[in-house]
Write a protein that binds this ligand. Structure first.
Ligand code: FES
Length: 361
């Protein structure tokens, strides 16, 4: 008979998210999150349509599961505001080799590394608390976002389990199975110190898959830097085999991209980082490191990533510069500011690694 369980006190937190038990007043936020078509498509057990009564039933079920010792269900919240960001649950099996983890992230909390952080926090705690020997995480085959979360959180791809899940019509569907063992947990990076003395575990940002740098799909993971050399809110240049990389730790997690402005190739590492936005040292260009989008076009104007023309502009208070000679003007007009491209990254054994399209020595 499983023993009754209590949520950890103080609540699990890495300074960016916190995990606590569900409360009755979470129902409206859970209801809002579960209207999301992606959640409804990817998680077949979620009722459609989803009402506040469903959310209340879910909350009661999670509290009962703690009491029965069958599952540890957490609300993922912002530690400063207590805003609901998602759900994560550790489902306890009949023995230490049969536990599993599942989660969802509310649409308003995506692309900030919330799922990766939550899964890592629960996994670390669960391995220690329950002596877990094998923790499973599975997704439907098309759910590449969740598969990315599994890899970034330190799980390893194991297999495609045939007919493992059921769809909404109760028909069998395959599942992509990832697992974590105590050895994998030992390889997770240790938390880094923050200026306020708190510790934050490094995690990898979720970046758009379509913005992977070319050649990275089949590239090997290459060692970049020790995770302890990185700090939240900082960025640095790392040069490897002729590639100048920008490694930046944004509020959404760590990204690895080229240390080259997508406008005229100035090194972004000598610009400034404000949250997730990097400001180029030249021409006032500003770029979102988590979405790859241009936040502010350079003063020279030019074409954006979709080919739309933007006129030159001057920062307020600055003297308006005379127009350059016609060739230079033409070059500026035709220069396209593309979206940033990313090198998929992970943290292994306390080191940041990224898939780089370089030949091994
Ligand atoms: S080189 Fe960065 S904005 Fe021009």
């Amino acid at each position: 008979m499983p023993e009754s369980l209590n949520p950890p006190d103080p609540p699990l937190s890495d300074g960016v998210i916190a995990l606590r038990a569900f409360r009755a007043d979470d129902a409206p936020a859970i209801t809002a999150a579960c209207q999301d078509p992606e959640i409804q498509r990817r998680i077949p057990i979620i009722p459609v349509p989803y009402t506040e009564a469903d959310a209340r039933r879910f909350i009661l079920m999670t509290l009962q599961a703690w009491h029965d010792g069958t599952s540890c269900e957490f609300a993922i919240v912002d530690p400063a505001t207590d805003q609901y960001l998602g759900s994560v649950g550790l489902h306890l099996g009949p023995n230490p080799r049969r536990h599993a983890i599942g989660y969802l992230v509310a649409p308003w909390a995506r692309r900030r590394g919330v799922a990766t952080r939550a899964v890592q926090l629960v996994a670390r705690w669960g391995f220690e608390r329950f002596g877990i020997q094998r923790l499973a995480l599975w997704t439907l085959p098309g759910n590449v976002a969740s598969q990315g979360v599994a890899e970034r959180a330190g799980f390893r791809f194991e297999a495609v389990a045939r007919n493992w899940e059921v769809d909404r019509g109760d028909g069998p569907v395959d599942a992509v199975m990832f697992t974590m063992t105590p050895d994998d947990v030992a390889e997770l990076a240790l938390p880094a110190d923050r200026p306020d003395g708190e510790q934050v575990a490094p995690s990898i940002a979720e970046v758009p898959r379509e913005l992977r740098a070319s050649g990275t799909r089949v590239a090997p993971f290459v060692d970049i830097v020790a995770a302890v050399e990185l700090a939240p809110g900082s960025m640095r240049r790392v040069t490897l085999a002729g590639l100048d990389l920008l490694v930046a730790w944004t509020p959404g997690g760590i990204v690895v991209t080229d240390d080259r402005c997508p406008h005229m190739a100035a090194p972004l590492s000598i610009g400034s980082l404000d949250g997730g936005v990097v400001a180029c040292p030249l021409h006032e260009g500003r770029f979102d490191l988590c979405t790859g989008e241009t936040v502010q076009m350079p003063t020279t104007g030019g074409l954006d990533a979709d080919g739309r023309y933007h006129s030159p502009w001057s920062p307020s208070g600055a003297q308006i510069k005379p127009e350059p000679a016609s060739k230079k003007l033409e070059a500026r007009r035709l220069t396209r500011v593309n979206r940033l491209r990313y090198y998929p990254a992970r943290i292994r054994d306390g080191r940041l690694e990224a898939q780089l399209p370089i030949l091994p020595e």
